[in-house]
Design a protein around this ligand. Structure first.
Ligand SMILES: [Zn+2]
Length: 272
């Protein structure tokens, strides 16, 4: 997915018109993550701006590429109807994990557009899926602290936002609508430099993250003896969740379970 123009699903015509916009100082960024900031820069404005660009250059559903803007009704329905599943294979020490959906289309496109292209409005769709997964972890419990796995400050700066925090907040809003007393607890922080996980093997990911997260002191007391669900967007090997659980449990904060928007198919078959 790296490096392609934002309009990669939309054919050459759209790519050319996008390039023309870019020369005028307006557009935009690549899905690979580097922002080429134009006149439209600034916070939440990107969500609106992206939608405007979609309208002008002829966007498509971020999930399936069909003509339209945002997420089409079919993809939205597929994601809204996700029932979640328990992930069978997970690293030692990781609390039980529920994934909303299997990672693939359409969720992949939605995750990437939200995370790398600043399509903030999509947080609601992803938050809905995550809320379903959290709910399944909770069972009959009526309250929960949702703890997102932490992102490196440099990554947040590069992207211009913290996608997981945004999705976690959307999930909490949805849980509250359903009558669950849910709150976000940004209780974890990254303590040292870690490599980008994408290129690493399962074993290398574990080593890369070992001891990399810690609980923020001001949260330690609040979270003791509370129902905690650790959340992430996509689970691949489970090393990130593993490190998050380790960090919390090392401070005497037991984790009820983990919930992710999506888990890769790899997790379902091979357990690597
Ligand atoms: Zn679609």
């Amino acid at each position: 997915m790296g490096g392609a123009w934002l309009v990669r699903r939309r054919g050459w015509g759209a790519a050319c018109s996008s390039a023309r916009w870019a020369r005028r100082g307006w557009v935009i960024h690549r899905s690979g993550g580097r922002w080429l900031r134009g006149r439209g820069t600034g916070g939440e404005g990107w969500g609106v701006w992206d939608a405007v660009v979609d309208l002008v250059v002829g966007g498509g559903c971020v999930g399936c590429g069909k003509a339209g803007v945002g997420v089409c009704r079919g993809c939205r329905g597929e994601l809204a109807g996700a029932r979640g599943f328990w992930v069978r294979e997970r690293p030692l020490g990781v609390a039980p994990v529920v994934a909303g959906v299997v990672y693939g289309d359409p969720v992949r496109g939605v995750v990437v557009a939200h995370k790398e292209r600043g399509r903030y409005g999509l947080a609601r769709v992803l938050g809905g899926v995550l809320a379903g997964a959290v709910r399944r972890v909770l069972g009959e419990r009526a309250g929960v602290w949702v703890v997102p796995v932490p992102s490196r400050a440099a990554t947040v700066r590069r992207r211009g936002h913290d996608p997981l925090r945004r999705v976690a907040r959307a999930a909490v809003r949805e849980l509250r609508r359903q009558g669950v007393a849910a709150r976000v607890a940004p209780a974890l922080r990254v303590t040292r430099r870690v490599q980008d996980q994408a290129e690493l093997s399962a074993a290398a990911r574990m080593a890369n993250l070992d001891g990399a997260f810690a609980v923020r002191s001001r949260w330690a007391e609040t979270l003791t003896d509370q129902p905690i669900v650790v959340v992430d967007d996509v689970m691949t090997t489970g090393s990130t969740l593993s490190e998050a659980c380790r960090a919390l449990e090392s401070r005497g904060i037991p984790v009820l379970g983990c919930a992710v928007v999506a888990a890769t198919r790899l997790r379902l078959s091979s357990g690597s």
